[in-house]
Design a protein around this ligand. Structure first.
Ligand code: X2W
Length: 283
């Protein structure tokens, strides 16, 4: 590193002080969507950001998706899959694949990446300690769960012990032996709401919420979001994200940011710089 680069790094760390102080002890739920997960280098970068948060006194809770990875395995197995209103129609065979891929492959890949950066990650699903208990969301969708009971003490116990919880959006039901597939954004919103998190970061593959002119809005209120849904400015896959954001804010989360998780250090940019990243939604 040149002297100039070193000075720039020192200055940057110094300028981050007020942000570090503001977020000391904060609970930040980070939704890491399947579309935001890139190659091993991008995964390592995400993991570094999470470990950095923990290092500076934030309590990150990672909730992940893995839709593209589920699609890949369903295709290999010759199981057809379709989405209705942004959620996967999930029969018995599909829910088994969903649990294997999310709780197994994807969850452990993230856990391993965080541990490789010197963090202490523990992977669980919504089933562990009955973290997330669900009911069927809609009969048309099969085993898709809507969280009806949250038991987030296990997450508090984990982060208080210095551990970074990594949660797969698979849940238990009210009856014995039921397994539900939960949309990753829905799970992250329910967890952030139950924790009354300081921040919910939804890391996805778009830069944020756009206005009718296609410009990314950096600050939006819930009322503006509702108006943009009503007039069709917000549509498609962005709807479940902004609905998750509105739900989380109603539950007492202070602010929700929708941002492009493929950008380098997206979460750090949002939390620890004046610039911020993506679209922040707050009242
Ligand atoms: C999702 C769970 C994974 C997910 C699914 O089966 O694809 C439902 O749709 P992303 O990567 O965040 O989209 N569940 C009910 O949400 O993954």
């Amino acid at each position: 590193m040149s002297r100039e680069a070193a000075l720039a790094t020192a200055k940057m760390l110094s300028e981050a002080l007020p942000h570090l102080q503001r977020f000391s002890g904060a609970v930040v739920v980070v939704k890491f969507g399947g579309n935001a997960m890139g190659d091993d280098a991008a995964m390592a970068e995400f993991a570094r950001d999470v470990v950095l948060m923990k290092q500076v006194g934030v309590n990150p809770v990672v909730v992940h998706g893995g839709g593209p990875m589920i699609n890949e395995m369903l295709t290999k197995l010759g199981i057809k899959s379709e989405f209705v209103r942004g959620k996967r129609v999930t029969d018995k065979a599909t829910v088994e694949v969903v649990e294997m891929i999310l709780s197994g492959l994807v969850n452990k890949r993230i856990v391993q990446a965080i541990n490789d950066q010197g963090g202490r990650a523990v992977g669980i699903s919504g089933k562990d300690d009955d973290l997330m208990v669900c009911e069927a969301d809609d009969p048309e969708l099969g085993f898709v769960g809507r969280p009806v009971e949250m038991n987030v003490q296990v997450l508090r116990d984990l982060y208080a012990a210095g551990i970074i919880p990594v949660v797969a959006p698979v849940a238990t039901g009210m009856a014995d032996n039921e397994t539900f597939n939960v949309n990753g954004d829905t799970a992250a919103g329910a967890i952030a709401g139950a924790l009354k998190a300081d921040r919910l970061l939804l890391l996805t593959d778009v830069p944020g919420v756009k206005n009718a002119a296609g410009e990314v809005l950096t600050q939006i209120t819930p009322a503006e979001i509702r108006a943009m849904i009503a007039d069709g400015t917000i549509s498609g896959g962005m709807i479940p994200k902004v609905e998750t954001a509105l739900y989380a804010l109603e539950q007492g989360v202070r602010a929700v940011t929708i941002l492009d998780g493929r950008l380098p250090n997206a979460a750090i940019l949002e939390l620890f710089t004046d610039h911020g990243a993506g679209s922040q939604i707050r009242s």
